[in-house]
Design a binder for this molecule. Structure first.
Ligand code: ZN
Length: 279
């Protein structure tokens, strides 16, 4: 039986509660549990190698974040640094700001206020529509912070498109829609290459939406590993064009441990997912 690789999905780590937000206390408890129980957080390259047939290590997990919120720097980065863990962050590459690195938790300095999910997404959209970087600045990361996290080894960065646009909802004509998505993905890859000096073959779909045309466009743009919001556990034989993830809830270590035990064990993961699939 294939050894599973749970792919965890986080968005916000913040004291402002919300549906896709985990509190700093619970996030720290999750990461502490992983570290104390000998789990290894893979890099995207290690994960890709497993999907290509490399042996899957025991207790291997891929920690992912979507969007690129300021709170990832303020609250998640110091916790990952504390426990020597590593996460993959899918950036909306057009929404990352300029300026100096801001304070993060644990430095004994006041930290910036971070908006909740609704506030952050509204700021991102307003910025995109107005092309005015000012309102965006309090919600999303700056490139200086992206560099600091990369240099610390807490995060690596991949694509969540350049504009987080659902082209399937905005353009009816198939060819025009494919071109818009293709341009969006090309802009994202070019931005990652210019800012970080590396291309990326890892793409996460905005709002989890994709179809066969989306997959074709992404693969033509050079993205081989496509991350979904479909529930499930990756294994060595998982299709890289359809990587399932596990939503991490704002719950304490006991809940997190039960999920990891369930999904981390080949037998119970297969049973559980088989049951879910039959619904
Ligand atoms: Zn997103």
């Amino acid at each position: 039986m294939q050894r599973p690789i749970p792919v965890l999905m986080y968005h916000h780590v913040s004291p402002k509660p919300g549906l896709v937000t985990v509190s700093p206390e619970n996030f720290r408890a999750h990461m502490a549990w992983l570290a104390e129980h000998g789990w290894r957080s893979l890099t995207a390259a290690e994960f890709a190698a497993c999907l290509a047939g490399a042996p899957v290590p025991k207790r291997a997990v891929l920690i992912t974040f979507d969007d690129g919120y300021l709170d990832n720097w303020v609250y998640a980065h110091p916790v990952l640094a504390e426990f020597g863990l590593h996460a993959v962050l899918f950036l909306i590459t057009g929404w990352i700001g300029e300026g100096e690195v801001r304070a993060h938790a644990g430095q004994g300095q006041p930290v910036p206020d971070v908006p909740d999910h609704k506030g952050a997404m509204a700021a991102g959209r307003a910025w995109q529509d107005a092309a005015d970087p000012v309102p965006l600045d309090g919600a999303f990361l700056r490139w200086s912070e992206v560099h600091a996290m990369r240099d610390a080894g807490t995060f690596e960065f991949h694509s969540h498109t350049h504009s987080h646009t659902r082209w399937d909802k905005t353009i009816a004509d198939q060819d025009a829609r494919d071109r818009a998505l293709s341009d969006d993905l090309a802009a994202s890859r070019a931005t990652l290459a210019a800012r970080l000096g590396n291309g990326s073959a890892h793409l996460c779909w905005p709002q989890g939406y994709y179809d066969a045309a989306y997959q074709r466009v992404a693969q033509a743009a050079g993205f081989r590993h496509l991350y979904t919001t479909e529930a499930g556990v990756a294994r060595g034989d998982t299709d890289p064009a359809r990587i399932p993830r596990i939503v991490v809830k704002d719950k304490p270590a006991g809940w997190f441990a039960s999920r990891l035990r369930l999904y981390g064990n080949p037998l119970t993961a297969a049973l559980y997912l088989g049951l879910k699939g039959r619904k």
